[in-house]
Design a protein around this ligand. Structure first.
Ligand code: SAH
Ligand code: MG
Length: 199
């Protein structure tokens, strides 16, 4: 990463912090970029752009990698567009302003990165696995949800948060029981999983 890029990324991270935009934690981001490099990933479909931080970090791992990313929040989508233009990555990062639940794509990708509404992960997994190359990966973020997934449910005061945690547990169970995909769970960042079609 060169100096100017570094400055812009620092500004994006600051914006996220000031505006409560839940971008990936550093440890998770490092894991993901290293994974992309190690596995020679050339195309990524990201569900949940926010302001473009993770898409940008992924794009910067390699000058040939292409990212398609979807976001349903207009303000975030516009901010992401701006950030991506500023880094001149608009030729390699394609943003789609849409609810991912309504999105149908014909293309195939080496990696699908699920980082949107946590309660929808099973739906996203079903819906986008048809866009995965046969040797590709599905990576999911926030499986620990700030440590709440491991916590005793009775300790979680908010009903909404409790419902969300239950959904994340259901998703983990879905991955563990999946006969088609092999999944490895990583206690890195906010908790990540890597799923790959069984041979
Ligand atoms: N990947 C980003 C962070 C994404 S935060 C990064 O690390 O930089 C999750 C984002 O998913 C939010 O901005 C939210 O608006 C978006 N989102 C949630 N549900 C969605 C849906 N159904 N379709 C599209 N975007 C969604
Ligand atoms: Mg996340």
């Amino acid at each position: 990463m060169v100096g100017l890029e570094y400055e812009i990324i620092r500004r994006i991270k600051k914006y996220a912090e000031d505006n409560n935009v839940p971008i990936m934690q550093d440890a998770g981001m490092d894991f993901l970029t290293t994974f992309l490099i190690k596995n020679k990933i050339r195309s990524v479909l990201e569900i949940g752009t926010a302001i473009g931080y993770s898409a940008i970090m992924m794009a910067l791992t390699n000058p040939y990698i292409k990212i398609t990313s979807v976001e349903r929040d207009e303000k975030r989508y516009l901010e992401a567009l701006r950030n991506i233009k500023e880094l001149h990555l608009d030729d390699r990062i394609t943003l789609i302003f849409k609810d991912a639940l309504d999105l149908k794509l014909g293309e195939k990708f080496d990696l699908i990165f699920l980082d949107a509404a946590k309660a929808q992960n099973i739906n996203f997994f079903h819906s986008f696995s048809r866009n995965l190359n046969s040797n590709g990966f599905i990576i999911t973020d926030n499986l620990e949800f700030h440590g709440l997934v491991e916590k005793d449910e009775k300790e979680i005061k908010s009903r909404n948060v409790r419902a969300l945690v239950r959904k994340i547990k259901e998703y983990i169970h879905f991955l563990e029981q999946n006969v088609e995909y092999e999944t490895i769970f990583y206690k890195i960042g906010d908790g990540l999983s890597v799923s790959q079609l069984k041979k």
